[in-house]
Design a protein around this ligand. Sequence first.
Ligand SMILES: [Mn+2]
Length: 317
Amino acid sequence: MNNLLSCITDGIRRVAIVGHVRPDGDCAGSVMAAYHYLRDNVPSLEIVPFLQELPYGIRFLVKDCPVRCDDGAGEKFDLVISLDAAAENRIGAGIEAFRACENTVCIDHHQTCTAFGKVNRVEPRASSACEVLYRLMQRDRIGFDTAVCLYTGIIHDTGALRFDNVSPETVMIVSDLIARGIPFTKIIEKSFTEKSLTEMKITGEIIKNSRLFREEHFLYGCCDLEMQKRYGIDPTELGSVVASMNEAREARVVLFMYQFEDGSWKGSLRSKCDVDVAKIALRYGGGGHVKAAGFSFDQDPERAAEEIRKLLPSEEI
Ligand SMILES: [Mn+2]
């Protein structure tokens, strides 16, 4: 598939767009970019974007849009498009709508992606799902709202163009989006840099309690429900903690684990060396990228950290 509009064949009237569980900027950005693009260019379509609740900083992406957060069970769509999800079971809201539909498209950039759609466009070297999606759009058909969503996704998955998933092509795309007059400074500030004071304080406590294994240059920290309650925040407000931990000079691999209301945990991994954290996440049924990956688990976090430490190369200090 080279063109998103080529999916809209005769007889397609009702389209669902879905992303992964616990949506981030690239997931919500790509789902909403596809929504705006199809709505602008095929006004006769009924388009339903599905997204679970978003972290505060990126809620502007769904403002005034008819987004649904249920699983879409029992509903009939002529086409379901999945964005930024590496496997079918990683789809969040709308997963049942996807499963029930014969006509599915999978657009993704994870190296662990299973290409689970009937039609697939997976580019493991692309910075973001938004970058892949941009290439499936016609430049002169991209409207303002679509540009805002695409830009937000690229910024989030590249750490504001700092990560090594940025290619000259990524920068060309950003250049084209900025040329459309989008408020690019404000988007970075509001959705990426800015945090609540509470988020900064809890990050401080997590880092204070974190533990460094010097031989492996492995830093890990965790945040259980008790700590979240004490600060009055939920897991959607912990998205920036792992990036803060990753700034530690002593760390080459970072693990941040946080608990959900049902007692389960999520682990976020980052690497600043040649350790491929996607491979580690895959062992736990997760996935991601070489330098940033995640997984879910139920065991004791200390034990999970110890297991992961044993997978890392160590060296004399
Ligand atoms: Mn992504």
